[in-house]
Design a protein around this ligand. Structure first.
Ligand code: AMP
Length: 223
């Protein structure tokens, strides 16, 4: 089973991907997380990606496809996996199709209005050490600027600044949203209202996954 989660920045798709990983033991593959890790480690790939990421632009299809290819064939992904932030455009969707042709698939788009997204993103803070995510309004740390989990300093992601958010949203509408029609045509698309609580959004997502798994008799065909 391949689960694709896409949605605008701030829609909560990363959180939902984590919940899917926990409940179904499908590893989460987040290209954003993997790219940020490469940036932190200062690898060649990270240095290349950092410039585009800080501007809110997409990293090249070639770089992200390489990351995905490496992960989907790992033994942990044999039963299935959940993709967070990939594909991000039609070219990447086609690359994914080529990488794994017969994998049964469900695609979720997390839908949410723009003012909510902007509020969510500008108030997001991340721990510099353990990457735990906080929100100044909805999930503040106990001590301002300090991570509850490890005591690390909290920072604002470079691409969560208002001018970069605008660019990320523009790119989302232009490049990522066409995935809706693509997955609708494949009959695997599910639009989910992302403005509800994390728990209610997940109930809807897992209802779809459970239905699909029941339809395959609980068997998950391996690639
Ligand atoms: P995210 O954490 O998913 O919001 O991703 C953060 C940034 O990483 C994006 O704004 C892009 O610069 C880059 N990125 C993540 N996934 C992809 C992808 N599939 N294709 C191109 N760039 C990506």
């Amino acid at each position: 089973m391949r689960i694709v989660l896409f949605g605008p920045p701030g829609s909560g798709k990363g959180t939902q991907a984590e919940l899917v990983q926990e409940k179904y033991a499908f590893p989460k593959i987040s290209t954003g997380d993997l790219l940020r890790q490469a940036v932190r480690e200062g690898t060649r790939l990270g240095q290349k990606a950092a410039i585009q990421m800080n501007r809110g632009e997409l990293v090249s299809d070639e770089i992200v496809a390489g990351i995905i290819r490496e992960r989907v064939f790992s033994p942990e992904c044999r039963r299935g996996y959940v993709l967070d932030g990939f594909p991000r455009n039609l070219a990447q969707a086609r690359i994914l199709e080529e990488i794994e042709t017969h994998r049964p698939e469900i695609a979720f788009e997390v839908l949410i209005d723009e003012p909510t997204l902007i509020t969510r993103l500008t108030s997001r803070r991340v721990c510099v050490r353990c990457q735990t995510i906080f929100n100044l309004n909805t999930q503040p740390s106990k001590k301002e600027g300090i991570c509850d989990a490890c005591g690390g300093a909290l920072y604002q992601r470079e691409d969560d600044r208002p001018e970069v958010i605008r660019e990320r949203l523009r790119i989302y509408h232009e490049q990522t949203q066409p995935l809706r029609a693509y997955y609708q045509k494949k009959n695997v698309y599910h639009g989910i209202d992302g403005s509800e609580t994390v728990g209610s959004v997940f109930i809807k997502i897992s209802a779809v996954i459970d239905r699909e798994l029941a339809g395959s008799g609980g068997r998950i065909p391996e690639q």
